[in-house]
Design a protein around this ligand. Structure first.
Ligand SMILES: Nc1ncnc2c1ncn2[C@@H]1O[C@H](COP(=O)(O)OP(=O)(O)OP(=O)(O)O)[C@@H](O)[C@H]1O
Ligand SMILES: [Mg+2]
Length: 261
């Protein structure tokens, strides 16, 4: 469904940050990108989403979504794609909530922007999504302002909103790194359920190779803008080719008391 071919991305007029990046994603596949800070993970998924910062540009290569290039899509075309076909969970998506409006009214409006649901239907849908994110007393959360919630709760509201519509491709940039391990595990399970129930393809960035091993079909390891390991979960975990991946494997944290590598 998604093919990234020989992608190069550069910031300003500097040398390419990302060089010759290739990845193909099948329907229903979960792919994790791991790698050190500054290795270019966010750059890759922002390039897919057409959301590079102003200094960044794709200098060569192509990104095909169902055989159609995403490069050169107009603002209007992107507005149609985003949210319904391709969705992205940002690292700090909780902070994008409007501070002066209650969660419920924002969430209901968001749902009604994309569907023909009545207010009541949209409200119930929102509550059920919040329940899935392990937010206790969702009705109460709907009636709260963002500042009345903790940072982790806001993050979970943001994730719930992004996951409301079953996008074909979900991009997630460290969606859970600010959360405690139990909540993190719950959200990982919800993402996997999305794949199992709707065939959603997911590309997720994580610092945690344990999380990657737990949920992914394929793992991509990046270092300094280059892919140093890529393959099925078992290939990368059992037969890593780079020293960097071997080092990461030796330092894998556990998730809920279990190690998945
Ligand atoms: N707007 C920008 N202008 C110039 N350089 C940038 C810009 N955004 C990112 N970079 C550079 O590109 C490189 C990769 O950044 P990127 O955010 O993709 O890394 P990352 O792997 O997501 O790191 P982290 O794990 O810390 O989030 C870094 O060296 C960074 O300095
Ligand atoms: Mg990043």
């Amino acid at each position: 469904m998604l093919q990234i071919k020989n992608l190069a991305v550069q910031y300003k007029n500097e040398l390419p940050m990302i060089k010759d990046f290739n990845l193909s994603v099948e329907e229903g596949e979960i792919i994790s990108i791991v790698g050190e800070s500054g290795s270019g993970k966010t750059t890759v998924i922002r390039a897919i989403m057409g959301a590079l910062s102003r200094e960044g540009k794709i200098s060569s290569g192509d990104i095909l979504f169902y055989n159609q290039s995403l490069l050169g899509k107009s603002r209007e075309e992107w507005q149609k794609l985003r949210g319904t076909e391709i969705s992205m969970i940002f690292q700090d998506c909780g902070s994008t909530l409007n501070p002066i409006r209650k969660i419920g009214s924002q969430y209901v409006e968001y749902i009604r922007m994309h569907t023909k649901m009545s207010k009541k239907e949209a409200w119930d849908k929102a509550v059920s999504m919040l329940d899935k994110m392990k937010l206790a007393d969702s009705e109460n959360i709907m009636n709260s302002y963002p500042h009345q919630l903790s940072g982790g709760m806001r993050q979970r509201v943001g994730i719930a909103m992004v996951m409301t519509f079953n996008a074909k491709l979900l991009l997630a940039d460290e969606p859970t790194s600010a959360l405690d391990v139990t909540t993190q595990a719950q959200i990982v399970r919800e993402m996997m359920a999305l794949r199992d129930n709707f065939g959603t393809s997911i590309i997720m960035i994580t610092h945690n190779l344990g999380v990657a091993a737990y949920m992914s079909d394929k793992i991509v390891v990046m270092q300094q803008g280059k892919v140093v390991d890529m393959g099925t979960r078992d290939e990368v975990i059992n037969y890593p080719s780079s020293d960097y991946t071997k080092k990461l494997l030796a330092a894998v944290p556990e998730m809920e008391g279990e190690s998945f590598v």
